[in-house]
Design a protein around this ligand. Structure first.
Ligand SMILES: [Zn+2]
Length: 360
């Protein structure tokens, strides 16, 4: 029997299936539409090309103003599994054409992005997960108090070449570990640090945004970082802040954008603000970039001490430089209140928000 123009040709069906990555386009389904048969020479096809605007009078979403050629064209088709095909042709009120068009374009976009992404799609089961599970405080040391951070590996996958550091606003401590340290399931490592007590402040100042960072590779060499936020609280004697575990941030792939800060220094005050000079390496090319923060912004954020200005320049400068490299537009830059017209806020929270806005 020959086909009417409103039916899809075999070629149209095949292209629809391929553009959809052989997956059902319904975002709440997404199942593969081509799977293995027990016969090694065969595959089972579960997918169907569905008409968005109906093929015949009386079929769902039929539009009398369309021609049969338009009804049978690939733009009027969506790739679905047989279950979802039945679903959309049963409940026309719920599955309107606009929804189906958005399913189709979203799925095609996702498939395309995952195919061209630098990172291959990971099997989550293969991603190693390290977590900080305990902080033990504290025995007195010559300068302060020792704390022991206990890290555990939570999955079957080995975490290789592990490194750890504690970082907050204007603070960083790198833990020394055996080179190439690997951790398997339920294996732990203890990391000890002596944190100085500042006798002049009582209680000592908290470090803003303190986080414990765990960096490691999976079996294929992909690098991950997971983190634990650290809550700080003053102990009764008020001579130091103790720590408890905050929110866990699961492993994310470390993007290698070939950018490294080799040297950072604050320049003498040139007026109107503070300036940092970054000596950087971008894919082997050495460059220098000046990042300045206006006096108004520094005052707004409450950064008066040198250590605060340094930390702010380093943090916001790095974020800005990364962004400029991505846009291939690396230049000296001065931050003023105009950079954050709608969201420029005071205090440390305002600074955090500014960094967050820049990172997006
Ligand atoms: Zn489906």
């Amino acid at each position: 029997m020959s086909k009417t123009p409103s039916e899809f040709t075999e070629n149209t069906k095949e292209v629809l299936a391929r553009r959809a990555g052989q997956r059902c386009s319904n975002p709440s389904c997404g199942r593969p539409t081509s799977v293995a048969h027990t016969d090694a020479n065969r595959a089972i096809m579960l997918g169907e090309a569905a008409h968005i605007f109906g093929k015949n009078p009386g079929s769902k979403r039929f539009d009398p103003n369309m021609t049969d050629e338009q009804r049978g064209s690939i733009t009027n088709g969506i790739w679905l599994c047989s279950t979802c095909h039945k679903l959309i042709d049963t409940d026309e009120a719920k599955y309107k054409s606009a929804i189906l068009f958005s399913w189709k374009s979203e799925n095609e976009k996702q498939i395309l992005e995952s195919a061209i992404s630098k990172q291959t799609v990971k099997n989550p089961a293969l991603i190693p997960v390290l977590d900080l599970y305990h902080v033990i405080g504290s025995t007195g040391g010559p300068k302060g108090h020792f704390r022991t951070f206990k890290v555990i590996s939570k999955t079957d996958s080995y975490a290789q070449d592990c490194s750890f550091w504690l970082e907050g606003f204007g603070y960083r401590h790198d833990f020394q570990v055996t080179p190439g340290l690997s951790l398997g399931k339920d294996q732990t490592v203890d990391l000890k640090i002596e944190m100085e007590i500042n006798e002049t402040t009582n209680p000592p100042e908290k470090i803003d945004d303190l986080e414990f960072n765990m960096s490691y590779s999976g079996i294929d060499g992909t690098r991950f970082v997971s983190k634990r936020k650290i809550n700080q609280f003053a102990v009764k004697t008020n001579i130091f802040n103790d720590f408890s575990l905050g929110k866990f941030i699961p492993p994310a792939i470390v993007q290698d954008d070939n950018f490294r800060i080799e040297k950072f220094e604050k320049l003498d005050n040139l007026g109107g603000g503070e300036t940092g000079l970054f000596s950087i390496d971008v894919g082997g090319e050495k460059k220098q970039v000046k990042i300045k923060i206006s006096s108004t912004l520094l005052a707004t954020w409450g950064f008066t001490k040198d250590s605060q200005v340094l930390a702010a320049l380093l943090k916001i400068g790095e974020v800005k430089i990364r962004g400029m490299i991505q846009l291939d537009n690396l230049n000296d830059y001065t931050f003023t209140t105009y950079d954050f017209p709608n969201d420029y806020q005071s205090g440390y929270e305002g600074f955090k928000k500014a960094c967050y806005l820049l990172e997006r």
